[in-house]
Write a protein that binds this ligand. Structure first.
Ligand code: SAM
Length: 428
């Protein structure tokens, strides 16, 4: 990245890449490498925070402009500037001068006056601006309409919650250390944490930390995983000595959890994406879970055939990921209305193919990190209608919202992300 650009200009360049369709997970590490270490935390905060507030900032600024800016660079500068003034403790004069400089550095000196004027107004009318910002739903309109249809009662709280950041949650590797013992280790190293209520290996961190610096990282004592994602292992039957397919396994969060809890005779971890699959290998190595009983395989789950039927299938399907919007705020800009039907069709194809690999008496756990009914409840309604040999094994739990089939968790608080689970037994 150009060394002459200030930090705000570098933030804007990253935001422009997202607007051009690049996902943050593919560019962020590389971008961060080019930022001075002392500025990395701020860079990260400004990129993620601005994306989280993107559509709220759009709604806020539209009435302030005599005509639309029609310039993605200047628009991004404006949003980064407003985000600093309205949502951070950065001194307003620093936010304004750095952002106006960034606008000039990025080649738009003539429009820096507009940015300057709106940011100055925001410092004079901060409370009013904040109020307007908070009142907006902050979602692209297609997604707002979908959530309104799917979750009318929870709509307002959902929109507000999705603008927040999510808690950092760990899963303790119980093959290495118990949760209580690990909590003590954290306490001994002055890291504030507490046990998760629903996930028996889960730990909420109460402060921000550098994960690799946490006690026991290199020894594989823990992984980072959302509490609601950790519920998957508790929904599986005992898999000791059983054959299992994790059909969409990368980067291996649920594969590793399964191996921490059970000793299957064979676990096949499939994924179509070879690069992401490397992370499964790395994660299992760090956690000391690699063994002859685990096969990691690049394959397309819509067509791949197992050599013999298996006892259990974990199907953490590719999805819209709307349930993890807080952790991946770039999805707000990247996901389009038309993607949903395609995703639903892909999920259905994977389901159909994997179902054929399951023994009679076996269990398939269908999972998404989506909160859209089309990918979850509706997907399952169609599946059961087409498969009389499938029977739902109801999930009885003190978490989530029971659906016609399966159970839905919403990302409404700091407990966890939006997840959907449905457990299916093959009865004939
Ligand atoms: C929700 S992620 C899985 C997360 C993983 N289970 C975990 O807990 O870490 C969905 C995965 O499905 C994979 N995928 C998408 N289409 C696929 C296909 N046709 N066959 C196999 N894997 C696929 C993606 O590469 C992605 O890694």
């Amino acid at each position: 990245m150009n060394q002459l650009l200030n930090l705000r200009a570098q933030v804007v360049k990253t935001l422009l890449s997202v607007q051009q369709g690049q996902s943050l997970s593919t560019i962020l590490h590389q971008q961060l490498d080019q930022i001075a270490p002392k500025d990395r935390a701020l860079f990260h905060e400004l990129v993620l925070g601005t994306l989280r507030q993107w559509f709220s900032l759009k709604a806020l600024t539209l009435p302030l402009l005599s005509k639309p800016l029609d310039n993605p660079t200047v628009e991004s500068c404006l949003y980064v500037g407003l985000y600093q003034i309205l949502c951070t403790r950065i001194a307003p004069h620093a936010a304004i001068s750095e952002t106006v400089t960034a606008t000039k550095q990025l080649g738009f000196p003539a429009l820096s006056g507009v940015v300057n004027a709106i940011l100055r107004r925001a410092t004079r009318e901060t409370e009013q601006f904040q109020q307007t910002l908070n009142q907006t739903h902050g979602l692209p309109s297609w997604l707002y309409k979908r959530l309104k249809k799917d979750w009318p009662e929870q709509l307002e709280s959902l929109c507000q919650a999705l603008k927040q950041s999510a808690a950092i949650t760990l899963r303790v590797n119980q093959r290495k250390i118990g949760r209580d013992a690990y909590l003590t280790k954290l306490e001994d190293t002055d890291v504030q944490a507490q046990a998760c209520p629903y996930a028996d290996a889960g730990v909420f961190l109460k402060q921000s930390v550098q994960i690799p610096e946490l006690v026991g990282f290199s020894q594989g004592w823990f992984s980072v995983q959302d509490q609601h994602a950790q519920l998957s292992a508790s929904l599986l039957p005992n898999l000791d000595g059983k054959t299992v397919i994790d059909a969409c396994a990368a980067p291996g969060g649920k594969t590793a959890h399964l191996l921490e809890k059970f000793k299957p005779s064979l676990l096949i971890a499939l994924d179509q994406d070879e690069k992401r699959l490397n992370r499964v290998t790395e994660n299992l190595q760090r956690l000391d879970l690699n063994s002859d009983h685990v096969q990691i395989m690049a394959a397309d789950a819509t067509t791949w055939q197992a050599t013999r039927m298996v006892d259990c299938i974990v199907l953490d399907a590719p999805c819209s990921a709307i349930g993890v919007l807080r952790r991946h705020p770039d999805i707000r800009l990247l996901r389009q209305a038309s993607d949903i039907a395609e995703t639903v069709a892909l999920q259905k194809q994977i389901l159909q193919n994997m179902w054929q690999q399951l023994k009679v008496g076996g269990t398939l756990l269908y999972i998404t990190c989506s909160i859209l009914k089309a990918e979850n409840e509706q997907q399952m309604i169609e599946f059961f209608a087409e498969h009389p040999e499938a029977q739902e094994e109801k999930i009885i739990a003190d978490w989530g919202i029971p659906q016609t089939h399966g159970r839905q968790l919403l990302p409404l608080d700091q407990q966890g992300d939006g997840f959907y689970y449905c457990r299916i037994k093959k009865i004939a």
